[in-house]
Design a protein around this ligand. Structure first.
Ligand SMILES: Cc1ncc(COP(=O)(O)O)c(C=O)c1O
Length: 449
């Protein structure tokens, strides 16, 4: 294996930053102006987490391309980190939105589209009853409330290294085997011991120990982790997870928000999972804010009476949830873009993208690995695929990550800013994939010079 020198990373970073600043004067000026009015100079603070000294400001996004205000065109593999997984502004969705905008955006009354959407969700995910929310965060929050109501229990078990949105119960992590609040979490003033438990992914023994006291309302988990790099479940993990949750009366809540990348019914359909509750958001309406959560017959029987007869707000849903515009956008997304036909097109390109990275890692003998999950691909600076969040943390290299992103950015490639993750869209071409491979190869070669 070849070693990458720290000094070389620093040297390249300085060069790339210089180039970035030289080529993005208009973004620089806009950032300066924005800082006088927007906290951190952006409308949402994560937008500062891109690799450059300031974010690029966008002129427009179309298909799998983003054009910035300095006139640079990028091949977009970030795709709004999943919100635009099917490309920016797909025509069928734009047409449906345009029509609905003229006929009422939000009435706090159902449209027929919402029934179509519910039926389609049931058909794809095999879960009988559905509710809508605006974001995946909210779908998770509301589902936790339902799980507590259904079980009469307070605690939520999450996987260390997970991310499910700004859900207080899930903003915990394991440090040396002890559960602590995630650093920087501006959480509710509640002792997490009262609300949460955490175990490492793929650790069935710890899971069994944590569920045994029968005080956990639900396990909230991604079926494969995607927010700490991609971490795949061990063979048999999901069977054990299902068996243990059933044995101890805990509901199994699967968050499919990112794993929708596995196919038209997410990981659940692809691998035959059997959750009690399922949550999802982001790309469901091609970027128009919408999320959905579904519950099994068993959970519905336990909560239905309260929800249907409740004269209070129940703490689930909101004024804009299930609005007419979101329902029309979601229907068009399911009908025309989140389709098997598109997956048949995207999957071979995802395989090609993965192979381009894998071949380079092998040829250059760098101690890195690459993992694919459907049409999502991620490489990391460790020699073998991780099995849990702790292994990912042990190999985290912030400077190297920043450099790889910046080298991409300066050469017209956008990757998801938080880690080395890429998504393939229906608009992505073979040429786009090969361009990424060339840039990746060039970046690795520069590091080894
Ligand atoms: C698995 C998962 N669930 C939920 C969320 C929250 O999504 P949103 O920020 O759209 O509410 C995220 C965000 O990254 C996520 O990755």
């Amino acid at each position: 294996m070849r070693k990458i020198e720290r000094a070389r990373i620093k040297e390249l970073l300085a060069e790339e930053e210089k180039q970035f600043v030289k080529e993005h004067p208009r973004s620089k000026a806009l950032f300066k102006r924005a800082k006088s009015v927007l906290l951190a100079g952006v409308p949402m603070h994560w937008m500062t987490r891109w690799a450059g000294p300031y974010p690029i400001f966008v002129e427009r996004g179309r298909g799998n391309h983003v054009l910035d205000v300095d006139g640079h065109d990028y091949i977009d593999f970030c795709l709004g980190d999943t919100g635009s997984m099917f490309g920016h502004s797909p025509k069928a969705v734009v047409d449906a939105i345009t029509k609905q905008v003229k006929n009422g955006i939000t009435m706090m009354l159902p449209t027929e589209d919402s029934i179509w959407v519910g039926e389609e969700l049931r058909r794809r995910f095999g879960i009988p009853y559905w509710q809508m929310a605006m974001t995946a965060t909210d779908a998770n929050r509301y589902s936790i409330r339902l799980a507590r109501e259904a079980t009469g229990r307070k605690k939520v078990l999450v996987i260390s290294g997970c991310y499910h949105g700004s859900v207080d119960e899930a903003l915990v992590t394991l440090e040396k085997g002890k559960m602590v609040l995630r650093s920087g979490n501006k959480g509710a003033p509640v002792d997490p011991e009262l609300t949460s438990k955490a175990v490492e992914f793929n650790d069935v023994k710890a899971l069994a120990r944590a569920l045994k006291p029968e005080d956990v309302a639900c396990v909230l988990a991604e079926p494969a982790m995607t927010n700490h790099g991609i971490i795949l479940p061990d063979p048999g993990y999901h069977e054990d997870l299902r068996e243990l949750t059933s044995r101890y009366g805990t509901l199994l809540m699967i968050d499919e928000t990112h794993t929708l990348c596995c196919g038209i019914g997410g990981y659940t359909r692809e691998y035959g999972l059997d959750p009690d509750i399922i949550t999802m958001g982001k790309p469901l309406a091609s970027g128009v804010p919408v999320a959905a959560y579904g519950i099994s017959q068993h959970v519905a029987d336990l909560v239905r009476e309260h929800i249907e007869n409740d004269e209070d707000e129940s703490g689930i849903g909101g004024t804009l949830s299930g609005n007419a515009l979101a329902m029309a956008a979601m229907k068009a997304t399911f009908q025309k873009v989140y389709t098997q036909k598109n997956f048949d097109k995207m999957t071979p390109l995802a395989i090609r993208f993965h192979k381009g990275i894998e071949d380079t890692i092998e040829a250059e003998k760098v101690p890195w690995q690459v993992t694919r999950l459907g049409i999502r691909i991620e490489y990391s600076f460790m020699p073998t695929a991780p099995r849990n969040g702790a292994e990912v943390d042990a190999h985290h290299d912030a400077d190297l990550e920043k450099l790889m992103h910046l080298m991409g950015l300066n050469r017209g490639i956008l990757m998801t800013p938080f880690h080395n993750m890429a998504l393939i869209s229906p608009c992505t071409s073979r040429k786009d994939v090969d361009r990424h491979t060339d840039v990746f190869r060039e970046s690795v070669a520069a590091l080894l010079e």
